[in-house]
Write a protein that binds this ligand. Structure first.
Ligand SMILES: [Ca+2]
Ligand SMILES: [Ca+2]
Ligand SMILES: [Ca+2]
Ligand SMILES: [Ca+2]
Length: 446
């Protein structure tokens, strides 16, 4: 178990060297782009704190994925790296497909993806009511796989395990699934009466050797309609949630205090643990509120007491606030929703700019085809600067469909290739036949 906690911590707190040797590639790219971009954009790209080293698209029939996906399955609306399940030395993923129809309409499914070093899929194992040895009855519309998270090795057999949420009643539950080496279910523990639309592994914040989780319930009415809430979950050695120890943070609980308004949907689909970036003994947890400010969206960086995990201070980041100068949309989107929805998803990205402070990747998935942002944070939890990654910016030359919501879901992989680059997964693509897609982007910190 210690080994897997260390693995997780190394993902979180990996600090990258600023090597001068990497600049040749970057300069060549800048020269290439000068021919097609105006002067302002060239300057912005030169200032990026990373070099873009390409991307892989994973969707049915591409990137090595061959799966039983149907239109509307919502493949990759949530995903996470889970460590090496099959023992070949390469990091593997868990991917949600919450609208899979095995056993019932929208009962849901997840896929364990066994990865190759180049970011393509070697093979996959589906887990649903009908596949993967998961002998469980889900309700129609249960959305098993809405939230997925890698949690290290919970049962101590050396194989990483996963947490999967199925948030819609009557069977609203959190499953801790102990995996076999082939990605099938060895056994599972069902924790009932938990709503987790978003689900995040946050490392071992209570130092008991087990990785802890945050369940996001953006539809919570605590303090007002759809203000949202998160619940920090601690589990015992039998993979059971210790309900008495759970910490709820909302408009009315956990020390949050003032700041949330009705319809903000605090919690959203994801949170991100940043470590103690202000070095005062409290730990920083970033939490989105993607319908804040009329739909522009916001991120709250909470400082949590190291023992009670209640909020001791907080900083809000949105358009024009605390260093984030991006203009966020407030228009009605083609799908009927409103606004850019900044902060819908996020992950800690290690320290990409090499200043010793963990950086935060998030997105505004309803701004054009979706923008991702790397927020370079100050130790006081404000934004020092940021890079934008979209179809037009960020150096990846992404080819996005007009219906894409790039960066709708985000997770940190780390050095998948073993070459010092950092892989980050972004979901939200429409995908072939409307099945959903995942983009893996490779960053090389400068
Ligand atoms: Ca592997
Ligand atoms: Ca295990
Ligand atoms: Ca723990
Ligand atoms: Ca940094």
């Amino acid at each position: 178990m210690t080994k897997n906690v260390l693995f997780f911590c190394s993902l979180l707190f990996l600090f990258f060297n600023c090597s001068e040797d990497d600049n040749s590639t970057q300069n060549e790219e800048a020269v290439d782009e000068e021919e097609v971009l105006d002067d302002d954009e060239v300057v912005e790209d030169d200032d990026a704190s990373y070099s873009a080293e390409g991307f892989v698209t994973i969707e049915n029939g591409s990137g090595g994925l061959v799966a039983d996906l149907d239109a509307g399955d919502r493949f990759a609306r949530d995903h996470d790296a889970i460590g090496d399940v099959n023992g070949d030395g390469v990091i593997d993923y868990i991917i949600g497909a919450r609208s899979d129809d095995d056993g019932g309409v929208d009962a849901g499914a997840v896929y364990v993806l066994f990865m190759n070093l180049d970011g393509s899929v070697l093979s996959n194992q589906k887990i649903s009511m009908l596949e993967g040895g998961f002998n469980e009855t889900l309700n129609a519309g249960n959305f098993f796989g809405y939230g997925v998270a890698g949690i290290g090795d919970y049962d101590g057999d050396g194989i990483p395990d996963i947490a999967v949420s199925a948030p819609v009643p009557p069977n609203n539950s959190l499953y801790i699934i102990h995996l076999n080496e082939d990605g099938t279910v060895k056994e599972y523990v069902k924790n009932e009466s938990i709503i987790a639309q978003g689900l995040t592994a946050i490392g071992d914040i209570d130092n008991d050797g087990r990785i802890d989780l945050v369940a996001c319930d953006p539809g919570s009415n605590e303090g007002g309609s759809n203000r949202g809430a998160i619940e920090i979950l601690f589990l015992n050695e039998r993979s059971e949630v210790l309900n008495a120890r759970s910490v709820t943070i909302s408009s009315t609980q956990g020390g949050f205090g003032e700041g949330l308004e009705d319809q903000d949907q605090f919690g959203g689909r994801e949170t991100a643990i940043l470590g103690d970036i202000d070095n005062d003994g409290s730990i920083e947890l970033a939490v989105g509120a993607f319908m804040s400010d009329g739909g522009k969206g916001a991120i709250w960086i909470l400082s949590l007491d190291a023992e009670t995990f209640n909020v001791v201070s907080k900083t809000k980041i949105t358009e024009g606030l605390n260093g984030f100068t991006e203009t966020l949309d407030l228009e009605t989107n083609p799908n009927g929703t409103i606004g850019a929805q900044f902060g819908h998803a996020m992950c800690a990205a290690g320290d990409i700019d090499g200043d010793g402070i963990t950086d935060l990747i998030t997105g505004a998935n309803q701004q054009n085809e979706g923008n991702a942002y790397i927020l370079y944070l100050n130790s006081d939890k404000t934004v020092r600067s940021y890079d934008k990654i979209s179809a037009a910016e960020g150096g990846f030359d992404l080819v996005l469909d007009s219906g894409d919501r790039f960066a709708r879901s985000i997770s940190y992989v780390g050095d998948l290739k073993g070459d010092g680059s950092v892989a980050i997964n972004f979901g939200g693509g429409v995908g072939v036949g409307g099945t959903g897609s995942l983009y893996t982007l490779f960053f090389r910190p400068n």
